[in-house]
Design a protein around this ligand. Sequence first.
Ligand code: FES
Length: 79
Amino acid sequence: MSDTQAPARREPYEVKLAAGTHYFCSCGQSKKPPFCDGSHQGSAHVPYEAVVSEAKTVYVCGCGKSGGAPFCDGTHGSL
Ligand code: FES
């Protein structure tokens, strides 16, 4: 597997999260984006961990360029 992250898309994923800990893909190889499915194993990538205290909708970066990963910070708008 390559250690180069390929942009999956140029817009965020809107996801509804339950309270708890969630893991998001950082390698660009997950078959269940934006969530980690373990595809990073064997690479230098580790998933992003996010803890939410209550159920809510979040926007997860899909372009791989956010400065606030794993969440979208609007950077995709300048790509
Ligand atoms: S999708 Fe990457 S910054 Fe918005």
